[in-house]
Design a protein around this ligand. Structure first.
Ligand SMILES: N[C@@H](CCC(=O)N[C@@H](CS)C(=O)NCC(=O)O)C(=O)O
Length: 238
């Protein structure tokens, strides 16, 4: 059994899709990131960066294994299921290249753009344009890669699963995809996969139906380094 620490956001959807595609048994544990569940000690023990997604895989030869960071989780689940990551050679290298491209480029740029489109109060024209342009640049890279290809690398893989959620929301971030026909085709094909749909729908009843409250905004957008716990600073707490 896999414990899946989740909230319905693009990074959470990557793992929801993968778990559905692999058919591995899992139990979803909601982590309400607006309420601050990500700072609970039991969650931080699994995900020290206080972000979803994370998993604990209870069925490994080493016993129960926590994994955080969506890219690492996708690689772990691919190894566990033997699916969606070629075992060797050029294809494996390319899947990993596009996976790391997603977690280091498309995801962070889209995430920052989403902040300025959806959450920032007041006008921030420089920041908003900076991330809109970077997101647009990433979409251009993805579109060129998908020219003449059904998927990012040969067959459907964790590279497609990682990028899809951050492209799914493009129209809601002021990017309707008319300029990117290869992405539009790929996005439709991904959306048509029943397990992709099941992943996106996981916990949809948890989705927010109203803007964040002041308290939720403080929890999510007012974060700075946490003071070290007594154990981390050498103090045994006595
Ligand atoms: N690099 C991380 C990003 C994860 C991430 O940004 N998660 C967001 C939700 S989409 C989160 O948990 N935010 C809570 C917080 O920042 O406190 C990954 O790919 O797993």
């Amino acid at each position: 059994m896999i414990d899946f620490y989740y909230w319905p956001t693009p990074n959470g959807w990557k793992i929801a899709i993968m778990l559905e595609e692999c058919g591995l048994p899992y139990r979803m544990i909601p982590v309400d990131i607006g309420k601050g569940d990500q700072f609970k000690p039991e969650f931080l023990a699994v995900s020290p960066n206080n972000k979803i997604p994370a998993i604990v895989d209870h069925d490994t030869p080493e016993g129960s294994l926590p994994v955080f960071e969506s890219g690492a989780i996708l690689i772990h689940l691919a190894a566990r299921s033997g699916r969606f990551l070629p075992k060797k050679g050029r294809a494996k290298k390319e899947v990993l290249e596009w996976l790391f491209w997603q977690v280091g480029n498309l995801g962070p740029m889209a995430g920052q753009l989403s902040h300025f489109v959806n959450y920032a109060e007041g006008e921030h024209p420089y920041s908003r344009k900076r991330y809109a342009d970077e997101y647009h640049r990433c979409l251009g890279v993805l579109d060129r890669r998908l020219e003449g290809r059904a998927f990012l690398v040969d067959r459907y893989s964790i590279a497609d699963i990682a990028s899809f959620p951050w492209v799914l929301i493009a129209p809601y971030m002021g990017q309707p995809l008319d300029e990117f026909p290869n992405i539009a085709r790929w996005r439709d094909a991904m959306k048509a996969r029943p397990k992709v749909r099941a992943g996106i729908d996981l916990g949809k009843e948890l989705r927010r139906a109203r803007p964040y409250t002041e308290e939720e905004r403080r929890v999510l957008f007012g974060q700075r380094a946490r003071p070290p716990s007594p154990r981390e600073n050498g103090d045994d707490g006595r």
